[in-house]
Design a protein around this ligand. Structure first.
Ligand SMILES: [Zn+2]
Length: 282
């Protein structure tokens, strides 16, 4: 199974004009080889999907789909699929977080989106038999479900609710990519760190985030020293508590005040999408 060298999932980086982006060679030191292995199954015993899209499906539809899905466990650092790889499956997370990363030909990388239990990894498979335009890397381990692409595509055509939610999630991914590009171009490290921490908190529903400073620097596309300074400042203001490999958000309201406006835009859109799926959840 493909793993990053960093103990925790890391390889999310963003480009920033005022900072030095992580080079491909530097990134490769922290990212495992590009072969992709299957995620491991977990027991389906008494497992009921809590992924918000699956949970929004009417019970008869979900029961019909269950035999066609495989329960899987995701480990931090796993690559679910790589750039250029033909999609075979899509993934619905019950727990955990997946990062979508683009690698440029000039050797830099950029995170273009995250997917948690609100969404689908591989949503754009609705357009046909496509190859992945990004890596999909498990950022926080968890569990969920794998659905063959052909099943997903068939459901998209025939299942009105899945059709609606998949389209809405695709739009959410598009917004993330656009907003992240703007954020990385305009806003300082501290603002971006606050934005990222809050959005991750929102997707995981947890104040406890397992990331090292090196990991965060790679996510944000900045030098580690920049993250160290920003994290120290946030800790001195009692907004976070930082220990090696772990960040505890102590004051999310205070962190929100420090974040750039991008967080508000993204949070509003995530919340809107959540509301759409929640209205149907059992
Ligand atoms: Zn921003």
């Amino acid at each position: 199974m493909k793993q990053l060298l960093c103990r925790q999932p890391i390889n999310k980086v963003g480009l920033h004009m005022q900072t030095k982006p992580m080079s491909r060679s530097a990134l490769s030191r922290s990212v495992a080889p590009r072969s992709v292995r299957s995620v491991m199954p977990h027991s389906a015993m008494d497992s009921t999907p809590t992924n918000w899209i699956l949970a929004a499906l009417p019970s008869p539809q979900l029961q019909r789909l269950m035999p066609q899905m495989r329960p899987v466990t995701f480990n931090a650092g796993q690559v679910l699929y790589d750039e250029g790889q033909k999609l075979q499956s899509v993934y619905f997370l019950d727990r955990g977080l997946v990062s979508l990363v683009l690698n440029s030909t000039c050797g830099h990388s950029v995170e273009v989106g995250i997917v948690g239990r609100e969404g689908i990894v591989g949503t754009y498979g609705i357009v046909g038999d496509v190859r992945s335009f990004s890596q999909a890397i498990v950022h926080i381990g968890g569990r969920g479900w794998r659905m063959p692409l052909e099943v997903f595509q068939q459901e998209y055509k025939n299942n009105d609710r899945l059709h609606t939610l998949a389209l809405q999630h695709l739009e959410l991914l598009h917004l993330q990519a656009a907003q992240t590009a703007l954020c990385n171009h305009l806003h300082c490290v501290e603002e971006r760190l606050c934005r990222w921490l809050l959005l991750t908190r929102h997707c995981t529903q947890s104040d406890s985030l397992p990331f090292t400073q090196e990991c965060i620097a790679q996510m944000l596309g900045v030098r580690r020293s920049g993250v160290t300074v920003a994290a120290q400042q946030l800790q001195e203001q009692k907004l976070i508590r930082y220990t090696r490999g772990h960040i505890q958000i102590s004051d999310s309201a205070g962190l929100t005040k420090k974040a750039c406006p991008c967080y508000t835009v993204l949070h509003r859109r995530f919340s809107h999408f959540h509301d759409s799926s929640r209205q149907w959840q059992h």
